[in-house]
Design a protein around this ligand. Structure first.
Ligand code: NAD
Length: 287
């Protein structure tokens, strides 16, 4: 079974971006700039934000972090988003999710200028992705596609089974695989007979957030397995299937798998960096 090394590819993508950013800076007189907004003190969110900031610093993207208290009102957050929308020096805006319960997440995501929406979650970008147009693509699905392409994994005509239907991962992933000419099945918590469907997946993308729900018996022989899950089990980071109690049998059955850590996670961050640079280029050209 082949390990699809997302960490190595992400490193390569970022080093190429660093060279491009140096060139763009000389040409346009300014570096790309990302603004991250973090509301509250959720430790997992804080750690994701730290990784994003670190990558920006490594490759020359300016990164402003706005940390707001949990008690921030929806109105205050909307005012900040409007300010960032109108700031000509800000290329990308990222609001770290989840937001506190008292804030309507969609109201915030819909207010971000879709041209600065690095996460690709604004309805305009969702619609453009559905129309196979030049959308800003959500970072995790975009990273997964880049990894599959880099590993020369054929997608056209393949049956791709996606488990999970979140706006962040499952739905855009399914849309992207459809755009790549796969036949796509989307499974979720209400799916009847999940094993029947997963056994048909030549490419199986698992984004649930529960380890050990999918085992070797649920895989098609020779499947390419993408593990999106991030779970904390007894203080250890594990995926939804990688590191599962059934890994020995999974190794015998799957053709390839993304590890956790070192698979989808680093590719998500590399894709975020790509999105910031892409938005910067679009904005500079339209100036
Ligand atoms: P989510 O909670 O929004 O969605 C989970 C999905 O799993 C839902 O659509 C639900 O229907 C489905 N599901 C739940 N139980 C199921 C079951 N028994 N059978 C079939 N489907 C079931 O989560 P999300 O934001 O899509 O994230 C999923 C996982 O991926 C989480 O572990 C998250 O931490 C991780 N994640 C990783 C990255 C990364 O960069 N590696 C990025 C985003 C999310």
């Amino acid at each position: 079974m082949k390990i699809l090394n997302g960490a190595a590819l992400a490193k390569k993508i970022k080093s190429v971006l660093a060279i491009e950013i140096e060139y763009l800076m000389k040409k346009n007189g300014r570096a790309p700039k990302l603004c991250i907004v973090l509301v509250g003190d959720d430790p997992a969110s804080a750690s994701y934000v730290k990784s994003k900031q670190k990558s920006c610093n490594e490759i020359g993207i300016l990164c402003d972090l706005n940390i707001l208290p949990y008690s921030t009102s929806q109105k205050e957050l909307l005012t900040l988003i409007e300010t960032l929308n109108n700031d000509p020096d800000v290329d990308g805006i990222l609001v770290q999710l989840p937001l506190p319960k008292h804030i309507d997440q969609n109201a915030i995501l819909h207010t971000i200028d879709y041209k600065k929406d690095v996460d690709g979650l604004h309805p305009m970008n969702v619609g453009l992705l559905n129309q196979s147009d030049d959308a800003i693509i959500p970072c995790t699905p975009k990273g997964i596609l880049s990894l599959l392409r880099a590993e020369d994994i054929p997608i056209t005509g393949k049956h791709c089974v996606v488990i999970g239907r979140s706006n962040l991962v499952g739905k855009p992933m399914a849309q992207l695989m459809l755009r790549e000419n796969a036949s796509v099945t989307v499974c979720h918590s209400k799916t009847r007979d999940l094993p029947y469907l997963t056994r048909q997946g030549e490419i199986l993308i698992i984004a649930i957030g529960h380890p050990n729900l999918v085992n070797a018996d649920m895989l098609k022989e020779g499947a390419v397995v993408v593990d999106v899950g991030i779970n904390n089990v007894d203080g250890k980071l594990v995926g939804d299937i990688y590191n599962s109690i059934d890994l020995t049998n999974i190794e015998k059955k799957a053709a390839a798998i993304t590890p956790v850590p070192g698979g989808v996670g680093p590719m998500t961050i590399a894709s975020l960096m790509e999105n910031v640079v892409e938005i910067y280029k679009r904005r500079v050209i339209s100036d």
